[in-house]
Structures are given as structure tokens and as C-alpha cells.
Design a protein around this ligand. Structure first.
Ligand code: PCA
Length: 325
């Protein structure tokens, strides 16, 4: 009798222990960019904050630079529950729905204030669309304004005609074509190789990505076009999130809100600091000539008008909310 009772008690204690340890969870998190990238630094701080706030109940293990999941697959990996959380470039999804490209429209929001307003105006629509894929955004951070990098001097629009341009989404491909260039999709880790092999001779990206890919090794000119400020999102699989205890969910959301705020501040500070590094490494850093600027603006107008048409009611709602603020 006695020993049976002991066994029962031991089993009961073990089940309690089991329940406690089952609650400690490890999440693998794929991200697209290198360790030195400010987005990755911010993600690592977010993971640390979550672990500290939950007393280790949720540990997020960051796998940067596409090492666990390649960038074009990260969104679907979250959707399918292959990974519970990850980071991706929002406008990479432009092919699925034009609305995801709202932050990559040339000339629509070209400084941090406008980019922040556009994020607030578009967030509800983007959240609604991603919810259909069982994906929930935790936070989103903008890249610095996008500028034009070229192997050759680009004083006039004629100078860039025929150049092969590295593109990171469908809207950029379209922009390249509007300007008479030939686009090729290339992910960030492959940029140096694409230039070295002559696959591309130009690109549009931030000073941050210019520095992280050591652009001075393969291009000479940087034109500070300030065309748009695209964003990354950090997102979770809804089922994985709902499986967390309410206390842990709250800690994640709180850390995410802090990461969003911190990330935008980091981004602002990056802009000047990284532009200076381009210059210090011998690149010619300058504003675009009035002619080049006008060509980008004209191409941008065409792209925004097409986008509005293709984006339908959702696009209209975003623009109405953006213009109201
Ligand atoms: N860097 C990333 C996205 C935008 C940016 O500034 C890239 O070039 O792909």
C-alpha cells in the first residue's frame, strides 16, 4: 500500500515538473541580414529582452544571414509553422499583393516622418492580409532612405540607360525598366559576387547595405536619391504565439514595442554614419543632379499610379489614411 502511494506521489510530482519544463520554450528565428547589420543587432536585443522578461521561459535563438532559412523562404516558413518567428523584407511580398509594396513606392514617403506616418496608415491593412496567412507582425523597422549606387558616373538619365541593376523586389525591377536599366533579383549576401562577375553594375539600397557589402570594392558613385524607406518585419506564426502563456505573450509584445522604437532610432542614426563610411572609403557621395532626380521622380509617378490601380480598395484606404495625417 505504502509503496503504491509513494509511486503515485512520485508520478504526480514528475508530471508537475514535466508541466513546468514543458513551458520553457526555444524558438529558432531565421533572419536575412548579417550580424553587423543594425536590424540584426536590434533583433538580438529583442531576443535578449524576451528571455530576461520571461525568466528564460521563452528563448529565441537568432540565425542570421539566411543561415537557417534563405530570405525568399522565410515568410512561408513562418506561415507553415516550420519556424515560429522570423524576419523578412516586407516589400519582397509585392508579387503576392501590391499592398505589401507600399513602403517601396518611389517618392511617396521619403523621410522618417513620412515613413512612420505611412507605416501607421498601412499597418492595419498589412496586418489583416498577413492574418489570413496565420502570421502576426511583432514589429517593423525602416531602412535608411534608398540611394543609387553605380560603377559609372550618372550625371544624366542617359548615363544609366542600359545598365544592369540589382533589384530586391518587383517594384524595383519596374523602376529599373522605367529608367531604361535591366533588372536582376539579387539577395544581399550575393551582392559583392554579382558585381564582381559583371552580373550587375548598379543598385538601389541604403547606406547601411552599401557599407555591409563593402560597396567601395565594386562601385565608385553613390547618389543620395532618398527615394523611399522600405521596412523589415519581425513576425510570428499565430498558432505558435497563441500557444504561449498570456504572461509570455505580454512580455513578447512589450519587447517588440521597445524593439520597434529602438530600431527606428538606430535607423536614423545609421543614415549619416554609414554615408560617411562610404565617403571615407573613397566613394563619390553626392546628391543626384536635377536631371537625374527628375527622371527618378517621373518614373516614380508611373509606378505609384500603376500601384494604386492594382492595389484596389486596400491601396486606396492606405493612401486616404496616409494623406489625412
Ligand atoms: N537593404 C536591403 C533592403 C533595403 C536595404 O536598404 C537590401 O538591399 O536588400
Amino acid at each position: 500500500m505504502r509503496s503504491l502511494r509513494t509511486i503515485a506521489l512520485t508520478a504526480f510530482a514528475a508530471s508537475l515538473l514535466g508541466a513546468v519544463s514543458a513551458r520553457a520554450e526555444t524558438w529558432n528565428m531565421p533572419t536575412p541580414y548579417s550580424e553587423a547589420d543594425f536590424h540584426t543587432i536590434n533583433v538580438r536585443q529583442f531576443a535578449k529582452d524576451v528571455e530576461a522578461a520571461t525568466g528564460g521561459e521563452l528563448k529565441i535563438v537568432v540565425h542570421s544571414a539566411g543561415s537557417l532559412v534563405k530570405h525568399p523562404e522565410i515568410k512561408n516558413a513562418i506561415r507553415n509553422g516550420q519556424v515560429p518567428v522570423g524576419e523578412f523584407f516586407l516589400s519582397l511580398l509585392t508579387n503576392e499583393n501590391p499592398v505589401f509594396g507600399v513602403d517601396s513606392l518611389p517618392g511617396l514617403a521619403t523621410n522618417y516622418d513620412q515613413a512612420e506616418k505611412l507605416w501607421q496608415a498601412s499597418r492595419p491593412v498589412i496586418e489583416k492580409l498577413l492574418a489570413k496567412q496565420r502570421i502576426k507582425i511583432l514589429y517593423s523597422v525602416a531602412w535608411p532612405p534608398q540611394g543609387f549606387y553605380s560603377k559609372f558616373e550618372a550625371a544624366t538619365p542617359g548615363d544609366i540607360k542600359g545598365l544592369k541593376m540589382r533589384a530586391y523586389n518587383a517594384l524595383q525591377q519596374k523602376l529599373a525598366r522605367e529608367l531604361g536599366m535591366v533588372p536582376t533579383q539579387v539577395e544581399v549576401p550575393d551582392i559583392p559576387q554579382a558585381f564582381a562577375t559583371g552580373q550587375v553594375a548598379a543598385m538601389m539600397t541604403s547606406p547601411s547595405t552599401g557599407v555591409s557589402s563593402k560597396s567601395w570594392d565594386f562601385v565608385k558613385y553613390y547618389y543620395d536619391v532618398q527615394a523611399w524607406l522600405p521596412k523589415n518585419v519581425i513576425a510570428v506564426n499565430v498558432k505558435a504565439f497563441n500557444a504561449l502563456s498570456p504572461k509570455v505573450q505580454e512580455a513578447v509584445l512589450k519587447a517588440a514595442a521597445a524593439a520597434e522604437k529602438r530600431g527606428w532610432e538606430m535607423s536614423k542614426a545609421e543614415t549619416a554614419a554609414k554615408t560617411k563610411i562610404l565617403k571615407d572609403n573613397g566613394m563619390v557621395v553626392q546628391p543626384p543632379s536635377p536631371e537625374l532626380k527628375a527622371a527618378f521622380a517621373a518614373a516614380g509617378k508611373v509606378i505609384v499610379a500603376d500601384w494604386e490601380k492594382q492595389g484596389g480598395a486596400d491601396a486606396k484606404a492606405i493612401l486616404a489614411a496616409y494623406n489625412k495625417k
